[in-house]
Design a protein around this ligand. Structure first.
Ligand code: GRF
Length: 224
């Protein structure tokens, strides 16, 4: 007798980036180490020289470049981006250093399916220059946030955070490096929750293991 076993198909990710792509690399590394079971179906960049595109090519992952034409509106760009994404049918859109603000029309089309990683402990420091701002304010802790994307910049429901202590001799660069080391652990870990279907967004509330999340999960990585 032949018994056929059906395994759930692996989660399809589209990764959007504008630059270095070290978070994309961390996802590839987690896949290679069997810590994460996902399929990256496409990597899309608005910058043709983004190094993240090369990282994707090195792994044999399809890449697409969608540059903004000087005359195009945000809406026109986002419509083209949505059309491109529909070709790849992703389950989840992973922003990994994608330096564009997405329109509410775009976000609503993919509600609950877009996540972002941001280099601060949101709601502190949305936007740019987060490491400089944490240093200027002499914060004791700095870190990262992973959140669902809504139309409000860096203000969607928070899934998880990880933090490090700010040292008196930290510079923006040293702080950035420590936060990025945390990012490279945290993003694959949170993605693995999606793979295990543990995480969802319903009516603006995050559910982890069927329970509503009242505060972001604080991820701890002792050696960073
Ligand atoms: C990360 O610091 C992330 O938090 C922010 O953009 C940066 C992207 O870095 N959204 P990389 O391109 O993944 O190296």
């Amino acid at each position: 007798m032949v018994v056929s076993v059906s395994t759930p198909s692996s989660l399809r990710l589209a990764v959007l980036l504008s630059g270095n792509g070290s978070n994309l690399q961390a996802i590839f590394d987690a896949i290679a180490a069997n810590r994460l079971v996902v399929t990256i179906v496409v990597v899309i960049s608005d910058q043709q020289d983004a190094y993240g595109l090369q990282r994707a090519k090195n792994q044999g992952v399809p890449t697409r470049i969608l540059e903004k034409k000087p005359t195009a509106t945000r809406l026109a760009y986002d419509q083209a981006l949505a059309a491109l994404l529909h070709d790849y049918q992703p389950d989840l859109i992973v922003l990994a250093g994608f330096m564009r603000i997405l329109s509410s029309e775009f976000v609503e089309q993919f509600a609950g399916k877009i996540i972002n990683i941001h280099p601060s402990l949101l709601p502190a420091y949305p936007g740019l220059h987060t490491h400089e701002r944490a240093l200027t304010n002499r914060d004791r802790y700095h870190g990262l946030s992973i959140h669902f994307v809504t139309a409000d910049l860096d203000a969607g429901p928070l899934i998880a955070q990880a933090r490090c202590e700010v040292a008196t001799d930290d510079t923006p660069e040293s702080l950035k490096q420590r936060v990025q080391a945390l990012e490279h652990r945290a993003y694959p870990e949170v993605l693995s929750w999606f793979t295990a279907r543990r995480l969802s967004l319903q009516d603006g509330l995050i559910y982890l293991d069927q329970k509503p999340l009242s505060a972001p999960v604080l991820l701890q990585y002792p050696s960073v």
